[in-house]
Design a protein around this ligand. Structure first.
Ligand SMILES: Cc1c2[nH]c(c1CCC(=O)O)Cc1[nH]c(c(CCC(=O)O)c1C)Cc1[nH]c(c(CCC(=O)O)c1C)Cc1[nH]c(c(C)c1CCC(=O)O)C2
Length: 342
């Protein structure tokens, strides 16, 4: 592995200034070239499973902005899809799944899991050969809790009430679902690493809707087990955990799961982020809407993060994914602000 992948140094706890920079959802609808490829692909899942097109869209933001890291283009819902669940993406409606029952959870079968995901592994292999040597390649999956919320409700919700109720009413079935997702997610990350991913990130986008006991049981426990399983095979590959909305739980999340890097959403105060940085690298946490607004809102947000966190191990990122309405000129301005900072 080349010495010059700056993000890997930061994940080892070293400070780098200006910090390495990438954006969650950096390949997406705010880019006209993404929309063009997407039209050629047919369905969204066709795009995820077509290595030619998935490589193409993964590289688009690297070619345009020269980010320090490239994230595999795929989706967290390919895991339930590869486990045989019906998953669709409808224009303007987001993901639609067949809601899973307790009986279907007991019958989940991963016999063809890796065969189904082979196009994703092929995408990772091709990416590692095509990317500039100094660009870090990030593989990813969804955290068991977040993936379970979509499997249970069948669609996105604002508070994940269906999954929370299911967890309380059907604890045994729910626990089994989390355990299945832990094992397959860990195996999926291991295969991505073997295909060439330098770092893996686990997205727990819905960890912020849980009470203390449930956060511990549904987010921390499963993530600790994923980290254990991945490290047992690949002890030196950094793992970034992004428990969005974890608030007061962020510190114990890192301590109990053992993640290398901690993704922070934009609501985490920078004084708290500074404290979290004492235990290792942090990633974040610009409000994506500052990037939509641009101008002073953007400059102030970037400046505050760099001032607070720039002298420690920081990976500059948004506090969640970039939104489709973001002007490209604002992304260019953000890159300039971060890279020219002194
Ligand atoms: C919850 C979640 C999903 N997917 C993901 C998460 C976790 C991160 C987060 O909270 O945003 C993760 C994800 N989804 C996608 C990536 C690609 C890599 C990247 O560039 O970051 C990643 C890392 C592509 C995508 N995944 C999706 C799109 C847009 C669909 C399209 O192009 O038609 C992209 C580029 C679809 C998707 N996929 C998902 C939803 C809710 C949606 C619909 C919302 C939307 O439309 O933005 C599930």
């Amino acid at each position: 592995m080349p010495e010059n992948r700056i993000m890997l140094d930061v994940l080892k706890g070293k400070a780098a200034f200006p910090p390495p920079l990438w954006m969650m959802r950096q390949a997406g609808r705010y880019l006209p070239e993404y929309r063009e490829t997407r039209r050629r692909a047919g369905s969204f899942l066709d795009l995820c499973y077509d290595p030619d097109l998935a490589v193409e869209v993964t590289l688009q933001p690297i070619e345009r902005f020269g980010f320090d890291a490239s994230i595999l283009f795929s989706d967290i819902l390919v895991v339930p899809h590869a486990l045989g669940r019906d998953v669709r993406f409808e224009e303007g409606r987001g993901p639609l799944l067949a809601p899973i029952s307790a009986a279907e959870i007991a019958a989940l079968d991963g016999e063809t899991f890796h065969v189904n995901l082979e196009p994703v592994y092929e995408t990772v292999r091709r990416l590692r050969t095509k990317l500039p040597d100094e660009t870090t390649l990030i593989g990813f999956c969804g955290a068991p809790w977040t993936v379970a919320t979509y499997m249970i409700a069948g669609h996105g919700t604002s508070d994940q009430a269906p999954a929370r109720l299911f967890a309380y009413r059907e604890p045994a079935a729910f626990l089994h679902l989390l355990n299945v997702l832990v094992d397959y997610s860990a195996a999926y990350l291991i295969r991505q690493i073997e295909a060439g991913a330098d770092v893996v990130q686990v997205f727990d986008s819905w960890s912020g809707v849980l009470d203390e006991v449930s956060f511990e049981a549904f987010c921390v426990g499963p993530m600790a087990e994923i980290v254990r399983q991945v490290r047992a095979v690949h002890p030196n590959v950094p793992i970034i955990g992004f428990p969005k909305g974890a608030g007061a739980h962020y510190r114990s999340y890192r301590q109990k799961t053992g993640v290398t890097g901690l993704g922070l959403d934009w609501t985490v105060p920078l004084t708290t982020a500074k404290e979290l940085q004492r235990d290792g690298a942090v990633q974040g946490n610009l409000d994506p809407l500052r990037l939509v607004a641009g101008g002073k809102a953007l400059a102030d947000g970037v400046d505050a993060i760099l001032k607070a966190l720039g002298d420690g191990p920081l990976i500059f990122n948004l506090g969640h994914g970039i939104t489709p309405e973001t002007p490209i000129a604002h992304v260019e301005a953000m890159v300039k602000l971060v890279r020219s900072a002194s």
